[in-house]
Design a protein around this ligand. Structure first.
Ligand SMILES: Nc1ncnc2c1ncn2[C@@H]1O[C@H](COP(=O)(O)OP(=O)(O)OP(=O)(O)O)[C@@H](O)[C@H]1O
Ligand code: NI
Length: 307
C-alpha cells in the first residue's frame, strides 16, 4: 500500500468572462499518482501546469471556487475534508510555494515551534535554524523583517520540525544560496530514508535528479509520465513521453532545444491527448481520446505511441 494515493483527481475553477458568461477551467484532469514511504517523488513541468493545485488538493486548501472530484487516500483511508484538516501540518506537511503562508503577526521562532509535536520545541526550532543557516536572533523577528531567502528557510523549518509522514515541498529552493539549498535537499533525503514520503515540486530538474527516486512529469493539468530518476540520462532515450523528452532536451546541458508551441490554456484543452497539438509523433488517433496512463518499462506513460 502506498502511503498517499491520488486516484482520478480532477480540479476545475468556474470563471466569469467579461460578458458574465461562465466558463470552466480544468486545471487538473484524471490525475493518478502514489507516494511511497521512503521515496522522494519529484514533480516537474511547465509553469501553470497544475503542480501547486495538486499540492493544495491533497492538503484540502483549494479556494472555495474550486470543484474537486476523485479520491485521495492517506494510509489506506480516504482523506475527507475533516481528515485533511486533522492531518494538515501534522502527518502531512506542506512547504508552500509562497512566503505569504507565514503568519505576519507572529514571531518566526514561535511559528516554527508551534509545529513541533515531539520533544522540546525550542531546541527543535534552534537546531533546524542552525542547519539552515538562520542566525539565532532571527527567531525573534516578524516575517516582514526577513529577506526572501530567510522567509523560505522559515517555511522549510516549519515543515521539517513537524515530524510528518508525508512532506509536500512546493518549489522550496528558489532564492536559497547553494549551501542552504544542499542542506534542504539533503534534509529531504534523510526524511525519506527515515521512512517519510516526499513530494518535491520543482523547476530545478538537475537538483531533483540528485535526490529523487522517481520523477513525475506534469503537462496541462495531468501527469504524462512517471519515471525512475535514472531514466533521465544522455539524450533521453529511456524517457517515455514525448513531452518529458522535450523537457529534458530543452535543458541547457542537453542542447537547449526549445519546445515549439505552448501549453494549452485550461479553458480550452484539446479533446484527445493534451500534448498532441505540439507533438511530432501525433497521429489522427491521438486527437480522439485522452490516452490512459499505462505501465511501460517499469514506469508509467500517457501516450499511445511511447515505446
Ligand atoms: N484560484 C484560482 N482560480 C482560477 N484558476 C486558478 C486559480 N489558482 C490557479 N489557477 C490556475 O490553475 C492552473 C495551475 O496553476 P498552478 O499554480 O497549480 O500551476 P503550477 O504548475 O504550480 O505553476 P508554477 O510552476 O508557476 O508554480 C493555472 O492555469 C492557474 O492560472
Ligand atoms: Ni506552483
Amino acid at each position: 500500500m502506498s502511503i498517499l494515493e491520488v486516484k482520478n483527481l480532477s480540479v476545475s475553477f468556474k470563471q466569469y468572462t467579461a460578458g458574465l458568461k461562465q466558463i470552466q477551467h480544468n486545471v487538473i484532469s484524471s490525475l493518478n499518482v502514489n507516494l511511497e514511504a521512503g521515496e522522494i517523488l519529484a514533480v516537474v513541468g511547465a509553469s501553470g501546469s497544475g503542480k501547486s493545485i495538486l499540492a493544495h488538493a491533497i492538503l484540502g486548501i483549494l479556494p472555495s471556487n474550486a470543484s474537486v472530484s476523485g479520491v485521495i487516500t492517506f494510509e489506506g483511508e480516504e482523506l475527507t475534508q475533516a481528515r485533511q484538516q486533522a492531518v494538515r501540518g501534522k502527518q502531512i506537511a506542506l512547504v508552500p510555494q509562497s512566503v505569504n503562508f507565514l503568519d505576519p503577526l507572529m514571531r518566526v521562532g514561535s511559528q516554527v515551534r508551534t509545529s513541533v509535536r515531539k520533544g522540546k520545541a525550542v531546541e527543535a526550532q534552534r537546531a533546524v535554524f542552525k542547519r539552515l543557516h538562520l542566525r539565532q536572533e532571527v527567531e525573534h523577528m516578524y516575517p516582514f523583517q526577513l529577506s526572501g531567502g530567510m522567509a523560505r528557510r522559515t517555511l522549510l523549518s516549519t515543515a521539517m520540525v513537524s515530524g510528518a509522514k508525508v512532506m509536500i515541498a512546493d518549489e522550496p529552493t528558489p532564492g536559497l544560496d547553494p549551501v542552504v539549498m544542499k542542506e534542504a535537499l539533503d534534509h529531504f533525503r534523510e526524511f525519506a530514508n527515515q521512512g517519510c514520503a516526499v513530494m518535491l515540486i520543482t523547476h530545478d530538474i538537475d537538483s531533483a535528479l540528485q535526490i529523487a527516486d522517481k520523477i513525475a512529469v506534469f503537462y496541462a493539468g495531468t501527469i504524462v509520465e512517471i519515471a525512475r530518476a535514472e531514466d533521465f540520462i544522455g539524450q533521453g532515450e529511456a524517457i517515455r513521453h514525448p513531452y518529458s523528452k522535450a523537457l529534458w532536451r530543452a535543458l541547457p546541458q542537453n542542447n537547449f532545444i526549445p519546445i515549439m508551441g505552448s501549453q494549452p490554456h485550461p479553458g480550452a484543452l484539446p479533446l484527445g491527448c493534451l500534448f498532441a497539438p505540439r507533438c511530432e509523433m501525433a497521429t489522427p488517433e491521438c486527437q480522439e481520446d485522452q490516452p490512459e496512463m499505462r505501465n511501460l518499462r517499469d514506469g508509467m506513460v500517457r501516450c499511445i505511441h511511447a515505446t
